[in-house]
Design a protein around this ligand. Structure first.
Ligand code: PMV
Length: 326
């Protein structure tokens, strides 16, 4: 196989969960305890190039121009590469170069965009011709949330029932044109998060007295969140998503030892969102595993709402398309 045919590049957007994945039922297969539902963000994500080559004996991974040696980062990349190598029946090592166009590792799902872009680029480099469902299943091994980035719009990751996880894949709820919500990320801290999601989820599962009730609640909420999206019921989606977010964080806060992703400004933004909603504006928030807050709105006065947060650094986006080969 000639080296030059084994290169490809892909862009994958990040996604933000309105119904969170928090807790694994199988650590090795990276299977979730509960289903989750996310929106794909337009233009914010990772551009990744993968080149398989006989010139190297090891996989190399560069993130934003810097070679990564941390075992946790390399493990995720190698896991995905190994699955694809075994599908193709080759053992060539790869050089992976990935660039994020938004803060990395600060609870803005950079692992979702990174691992999905890697899966798509590597499978294209190997000419594997995989379906979105196959890609979703493979990316899930690298990072759970990555399985949702292959599709645009509103995406559900089914918890799945099978022990081998083959039914734990992402499905479209509605595409990006169905309900074009405006999105604004309030960047409170750009630095990498203090508690990596896998460790934090495991600690919550093992020690939080609220974990079992979180899982039950999260599963039971999915059909309602799906319905509010299909019916474009903003009031309902706002309430359900905020409740989901706060309950996920509450389960983590009750772990032993307890931990907290929020910063004082996180609370300031949450309260500002609630106060604007009381005044009749249509907006709600969610927060992933970090201090940053993501605001969603379908309000015709979106410009005015944005001004209310002008004292913060923000990143504007909207609902977008899924991953693509470049
Ligand atoms: O897929 P991971 O390991 O990056 O974990 C994602 C966890 C949350 O972002 C908090 C929730 C989610 O569903 O994306």
């Amino acid at each position: 196989m000639a080296n030059e045919f084994l290169v490809a590049r892909a862009f994958s957007p990040t996604n933000i969960a309105l119904a969170k994945y928090w807790g694994k039922r199988d650590l090795n297969l990276n299977l979730p305890q509960n289903g989750s539902l996310s929106v794909t963000l337009d233009g914010l994500g990772s551009t990744t190039q993968v080149e398989f080559s006989s010139q190297t004996n090891e996989d190399h991974f560069f993130l934003n121009g810097v070679e990564q040696f941390a075992p946790s980062a390399l493990k995720k990349v190698k896991t995905v590469l190994d699955i694809l190598r075994s599908r193709k029946g080759i053992s060539l090592r790869a050089r992976v170069e990935s660039q994020n166009n938004f803060p990395t590792g600060a609870g803005l799902a950079s692992s979702a965009s990174g691992l999905s872009a890697l899966t798509l680029a590597a499978s294209a480099a190997l000419n594997l011709n995989l379906s979105k469902e196959n890609l979703s299943e493979i990316a899930r091994f690298g990072s759970g949330s990555a399985c949702r980035s292959f599709l645009g719009g509103y995406v559900e990751w089914k918890k799945g029932e099978k022990p081998d996880g083959t039914d734990s894949v992402a499905k479209s709820v509605a595409d990006e044109k169905h309900w074009p919500l405006s999105v604004m990320i309030i960047v409170i801290n750009e630095k990498s998060k203090l508690y990596p999601s896998t460790d934090a989820m495991e600690l919550t599962r093992e020690t939080s007295p609220y974990f079992a009730s979180w899982v039950e609640f999260a599963e039971s909420q999915i059909p309602h969140i799906r319905k509010s999206i299909i019916e474009r019921d903003f009031k309902s989606l706002a309430q359900l998503s905020e409740e989901n977010c706060i309950k996920m964080h509450a389960s983590a806060m009750a772990a032993s030892p307890p931990f907290l992703y929020w910063a004082p400004q996180t609370l300031e933004v949450m309260k500002r969102v609630w106060s604007l909603r009381q005044k009749g504006y249509r907006l709600f928030f969610t927060i992933d595993a970090g201090p940053n807050v993501v605001i969603f709105s379908d309000d015709p006065q979106w410009d005015k709402i944005q001004l209310e947060f002008k004292d913060f650094d923000t990143i504007k986006s909207r609902i977008g398309e899924g991953a693509k080969i470049l």
